[in-house]
Design a protein around this ligand. Structure first.
Ligand code: GLC
Length: 650
């Protein structure tokens, strides 16, 4: 959009750019800057317009963007142009992801490079390498307490080795996702060190206070994120002689985004990693970016403005790079991270679908789809050019993030149902075979979350111990049922490393310094490659899971209706154990019926439930996943225990 004030400011800025920038051929950069400047300027002004140095800060921002553009390789620039043209590239049915720790899945980056063919073997073509940057050995929060944003942790490798991994991935058309921990730094970061030395400039990078007056006001409304290990939201720093805001762990200092210098530093870091070869950046803890006294300081409007600004700037310098919002918040809030009041996503293009994840776990515990159906029905619509990351497990705990209202609408009492779920997953309930662990138990509110691997939470760990063959088989089917849901729901399915070969809880964290009181380490395993090699031995658990997933991935990639164009139609069906939806191909009349049985017993779907939607199943139709004819008995489709079908109408 053309607007005179911002345009004249842009002219002023362009005049003032340093000669080393002006000399360069920056044709595409200037076109994009022109196109985005009105928005970029308005957002920057909204946040920082009352500062005397506003124009200077804006000039600095543009310089950072230009300098990083200059560093972008020719190949990256070609990718940018190609993705601008094919702007829906990340909505494709072709994408399948996996999240992993470089030193958990492999030994380190060098070793990870050797393991890249494994992704191709499975069909994974998007790999999220969890934080690999410098961080203290113990106070690391699994890498989310960064002490140097541009240096890779020695334990994991070097930048050169990462380049080696990226090259190997490129050869095989595998995309890279990297984390940028935007909300906080480690207390060992150089900015924190300078703040400690009394440097005012760097004290202003954080929320620092001489006394408890403001911290106490904040505390009145701030919840606690890690109540067991890090109660409260402020930490006294002796050498600085000040309180500093630490919403997560007491060694993670929250960055102060009301300071434009912080925004521009972080943008520089985002662009740095874009230039290192990340296709997608995962922005950590975005809900927390803006703090306001009297509020929970989550999901504030300014946090959204900051993300829009990051997006606008990134689109100018590296438009081929898209963002993932890690915002594990209520469903109505999550969709806002795609951007409010817009048609196309204008903040993060991708967001974790934590609600769907938690609802799937509810269906596991209850063996029915009542809440799953209710919760998905109430999942707000997302805009175009935005997509979900659908996952069952990740490196974090499982929070029961669905609303009390949905629980009640599904016919339960909210509080008792939540208690039931926690007890179920920690194996305290009579009917439970799950082996989960409590995480983040808050004694004041009695809230709790759950840790554990997919395999142990489903019950495979306990059933293996009992050598209960029937239940082992059922558990394997249960695991595949969950996968069939994330592969077909709409969005990018994201596997968690180890799940593809049935990795169980790892209890060794209990003896490790810095990990013992964080049960999330139970599901952050070191892969046992001898066990993983059994994926080639028919009859083993590893083989059953790996080959089934491999097939599921291959089949998903052949189903255009699985691309995410908001083309899901939820079905209301009479049998509470079944969860069903259609995926409609936007370019043809093809429709795929996805249906899963969450019960441990066979269940039937009354075919009239779906024929009323114009979908008729006839005996010649095959299940796309297995290639077999679905079981039909009179007017019913039969689903064996934990079975699913992907049935197409063509
Ligand atoms: C994100 C990460 C989590 C971490 C937190 C604080 O939620 O996924 O592992 O503890 O941010 O950085």
């Amino acid at each position: 959009m053309y607007e005179q004030n911002s345009h004249s400011i842009l002219n002023e800025i362009l005049d003032k750019l340093k000669p080393e920038i002006k000399e360069q051929e920056l044709h595409h950069f200037y076109t994009r800057l022109g196109a985005n400047f009105y928005s970029l300027f308005s957002l920057f002004q909204y946040l920082y317009g009352n500062r005397k140095d506003f124009k200077q800060q804006l000039l600095h921002l543009v310089e950072v963007m230009a300098k990083q553009y200059i560093k972008r390789t020719e190949e990256q620039k070609r990718t940018d142009l190609a993705r601008e043209k094919d702007f829906n590239w990340f909505l494709s049915e072709n994408l399948v992801g996996m999240t992993l720790y470089a030193d958990g899945f492999a030994d380190n980056l060098e070793n990870l490079k050797e393991k890249v063919p494994y992704f191709q073997e499975l069909g994974v073509n998007l790999v999220h390498i969890m934080p690999i940057l410098d961080c203290p050995d113990e106070a690391s929060d699994g890498g989310y307490a960064v002490s140097d944003y541009r240096k890779i942790n020695d334990r994991v490798g070097t930048l050169k080795e990462l380049q080696g991994v990226i090259e190997e991935m490129k050869k095989r058309d595998i995309l890279l996702v990297l984390d940028v921990v935007v909300n906080h730094t480690s207390d060992q970061h150089a900015w924190a060190a300078k703040a400690r030395q009394g440097n005012k400039k760097y004290q202003d990078y954080y929320y620092t206070y001489d006394d408890r007056e403001i911290p106490d006001m904040f505390e009145e409304s701030l919840p606690e994120i890690f109540p067991e290990t890090s109660p409260g939201n402020f930490t006294w720093d002796d050498s600085m002689g000040k309180w500093v805001m630490t919403v997560f762990n007491n060694y993670q200092w929250d960055l102060n985004y009301s300071n434009p210098a912080v925004f521009t530093e972080m943008l520089d870091i985002l662009l740095f990693w874009s230039n290192q070869g990340a296709d997608i950046l995962r922005l950590d803890a975005v809900a927390f970016l803006w703090k306001k006294i009297g509020s929970t300081s989550q999901n504030e409007r300014e946090a959204h403005i900051l993300l829009q600004l990051f997006k606008d700037c990134c689109q100018v310098t590296a438009p081929g790079v898209v963002f993932i919002a890690e915002a594990i918040v209520a469903p109505v809030e999550v969709v806002k991270y795609f951007g409010e009041d817009a048609v196309n996503a204008k903040e993060c293009e991708i967001a974790y679908n934590a609600t769907f994840m938690a609802l799937l776990w509810d269906a596991v515990a209850t063996k029915n789809a009542k809440l799953l159906n209710q919760g998905v029905k109430n999942l707000p619509n997302k805009m175009e050019r935005a997509t979900w990351l659908n996952y069952i497990r990740c490196h974090d705990d499982i929070g029961l993030g669905f609303s009390d209202m949905d629980i009640e609408l599904a016919g339960y009492h909210a509080k008792s149902h939540r208690d039931f779920l926690i007890n179920y997953f920690i194996g305290k309930h009579d009917d439970s075979i799950a082996r989960g662990l409590l995480f983040g138990h808050n004694e004041k509110t009695n809230d709790a979350r759950i840790s554990g691997t997919l395999t142990s939470l489903i019950g495979l760990e306990s059933m293996l111990e009992q050598n209960n063959k029937e239940m082992i088989n059922k558990s394997l089917k249960h695991i595949l049922l969950l996968h069939s849901m994330i592969f077909s729901f709409g969005g990018i399915p994201l596997l968690y490393y180890g799940d593809e070969v049935g990795t169980l809880n790892d209890y060794s964290y209990i003896d490790k310094l810095g990990k013992a009181n964080d049960s999330r380490w139970a599901h952050r395993p070191k892969i046992d490659w001898e066990k993983a090699d059994r994926r080639n031995q028919p009859g083993t658990i590893e083989y059953i899971l790996f080959s089934a997933l491999k097939r599921m991935i291959a089949v998903r990639k052949e189903i255009p209706a699985f691309a995410d164009f908001n083309n899901r139609e939820l079905l209301e069906i009479s049998n509470i154990h079944l969860f069903a939806f259609f995926r409609n191909d936007r370019n043809s009349y093809n429709r795929v019926l996805v249906i899963g049985n969450f019960d441990a017993h066979s269940q039937k779907l009354d075919l009239s439930d779906i024929s009323s939607h114009g979908f008729r199943i006839n005996p010649t139709m095959r299940d796309l996943y297995s290639g077999e004819f679905p079981l039909i008995n009179k007017n019913h489709l039969v689903l064996p225990p934990f079975h699913f079908y992907w049935i197409s109408n063509f």
